[in-house]
Design a protein around this ligand. Structure first.
Ligand SMILES: NC(=O)C1=CN([C@@H]2O[C@H](COP(=O)(O)OP(=O)(O)OC[C@H]3O[C@@H](n4cnc5c(N)ncnc54)[C@H](O)[C@@H]3O)[C@@H](O)[C@H]2O)C=CC1
Ligand SMILES: C[N+](C)(C)CC(=O)CC(=O)[O-]
Length: 484
């Protein structure tokens, strides 16, 4: 899908990273003289985060193309994400420029934190395709996205956003600042009062959030958490006990503190003392690592945002395979990420198995032992693996796997993979035996005829002699004579 990003700051940069890491090319316009550096740094952090977040093979990253104007960026684009500063007159100007050059049916999603679709659409030529598509920072990791505006455009946008691993929440009736920011603003206003009145420092407020209810909110939100807080009597009891407190002097929520110089100085100084030891990019990496840990825990429990992550991974596992022409089959490519290295500075052992495992999956999809086949209650389990490590592999290397089908019978598949480096030299080989199993019964089962015929067709291409090492085990070492 052709995508354009207008604005590449904090949020635009996060969007660009999400699009690219999900395999889409993005045309970007941002007049900031350092836009390329800023987006590059966000992309580097996001790439590092995706390596750690996903177990499934990531798609080949899309291309980032810098455009010289909005018109150039949006030409031919199907989805355009606007992330320019939060000023309505600027957004109107940008939307007008986008409309003048973009296809008439392109979706224009605005990252706006506060403006309503009816405000963004003022003066538009095709108002219905202009939507609020409001993300949360970091856009490349947090799945939720508020979609406001409704209609066919919102449905199209939601399909696309789901496909790039997001969790769209459509908001039927527009309201200033949508939902998430209204909630955040309430907490923010109260926190500003607490700092202004000298009740708490920024550090103390953050500690109360991150050591307490912030942990709860990552997995259950507000209402489910309070339901539990009502004990066995649940929400009704909670409301009858704590409802009256809303009228006690617990809250200044309706009042906005004056953000005068004194308050700004206090907050900035306290924030420097709290977090100034880290650069923003370091803080982003710390935040990302923690978010990834939380998302992994939620995925293991198949709960909340972890469920969205799991669905995104399943889509990656069920990817379409487009084989290069010829044989051996070339079905899988990988790039060696920075986190793949061990203490010797080379690709660590288990990553070889990951590359071979992903290549095996690619073969299975190619042969028809794919998601649809697994849904019928059958799968393939690897029962034996022999890896030979032939050369050191370094960070950033592009790897290609060549795959041969060395044999098959009614229940078994014998595969040979070679990892090739850019110059075509082999860096490792692996041989695997796989068993076709009934997942319900937990035992080997014959493959259906269609699958066997597909394997027969692949096997007919395998007319070269088997490699010398095929079928070999690890050589036996003679015991060393005892030294007396
Ligand atoms: N920062 C945040 O936490 C969040 C911000 N948003 C929304 O995202 C939008 C952007 O906010 P940020 O990324 O924080 O701002 P930012 O200031 O970090 O980035 C804005 C970018 O827009 C660029 N820009 C300015 N004029 C432009 C033009 N004519 N054409 C193209 N690019 C232009 C700037 O050079 C800058 O790189 C706002 O609408 C904001 O409400 C949404 C969610 C969270
Ligand atoms: C501060 N903010 C209003 C720009 C925040 C957002 O819009 C969402 C977020 O990421 O917190």
């Amino acid at each position: 899908m052709k995508i354009a990003a207008i604005g590449g700051g904090v949020i635009g940069g996060g969007w660009i990273a999400r699009f690219i890491l999900n395999g889409h090319d993005v045309q970007v316009f941002d007049p900031h003289p350092e836009a390329a550096r800023i987006v590059g740094e966000v992309l580097a952090n996001a790439g590092r985060a995706y390596e750690a977040l996903f177990q499934a093979p990531l798609p080949r990253p899309g291309r980032l193309v810098w455009a010289g104007s909005i018109a150039e960026a949006v030409r031919g684009a199907e989805h355009i994400q606007e992330s320019v500063p939060e000023r309505l007159e600027l957004k109107h100007r940008i939307i007008a420029e986008i409309e003048a050059a973009a296809p008439a049916d392109a979706i224009i999603g605005s990252s706006t934190s506060g403006f309503k679709p009816s405000e963004l659409r003022q003066g538009a030529v095709h108002p219905d395709r202009i939507l609020v598509v409001h993300p949360f920072n970091p856009v490349y990791l947090l799945p939720v996205i508020e979609v406001v505006g409704g209609g066919a455009a919102a449905r199209r946008a939601c399909d696309f956003l789901t496909a790039i691993g997001m969790k769209p929440v459509t908001i039927a009736r527009e309201i200033d600042a949508h939902i998430g920011d209204r909630l955040l603003e309430a907490v923010w206003r109260e926190a500003l009062w607490l700092v202004r009145d000298g009740i708490a420092t920024t550090q103390e407020i953050d500690d109360i959030i991150r050591f307490g209810f912030g942990l709860r909110w990552a997995q259950m939100g507000l209402f489910e958490t309070y339901r539990i807080a009502g004990g066995e009597a649940g929400m009704r009891h909670f409301l009858s006990q704590f409802g009256p407190a809303l009228k006690w002097p617990w809250t200044k929520l309706m009042d906005v503190p004056d953000l005068d110089e004194a308050l700004i100085d206090t907050i900035a100084a306290q924030s420097d003392a709290q977090s100034g030891a880290h650069t923003i990019r370091e803080l982003e990496r710390i935040r990302d690592d923690n978010l990834i840990g939380i998302l992994h825990a939620l995925k293991a429990n198949d709960w909340g945002a972890g469920r969205t992550l799991r669905a995104a991974e399943n889509r990656l596992y069920a990817r379409r395979i487009e084989p290069a022409p010829g044989y051996p089959l070339r079905l899988h490519r990988a790039r060696v990420g920075g986190s793949w290295l061990d203490y010797n500075g080379h690709m660590t052992e288990f990553r070889y198995l990951q590359v071979f495992g992903d290549a095996t999956d690619a073969f299975l999809i190619h042969a028809g032992l794919d998601e649809a086949h697994r849904a019928t209650g059958f799968s393939a389990y690897t029962v034996e693996t022999h890896i030979r490590h032939l050369a050191e592999i370094g960070a950033g290397e592009d790897l290609l796997v060549e795959t041969r089908l060395l044999g098959h019978d009614a229940k078994r598949i014998r595969l040979h993979h070679a990892i090739l480096r850019k110059d075509g030299s082999p860096a490792a080989t692996a041989e695997h035996m796989l068993l076709h199993v009934s997942t319900d019964q937990g035992r080997a089962a014959p493959m259906p005829d269609a699958l066997l015929q597909a394997l027969d067709r692949i096997a007919a291409q395998d007319d070269a002699p088997h490699p010398d090492h095929a079928g070999g085990g690890i050589r036996v070492l003679r015991p060393r004579e005892a030294v007396t």
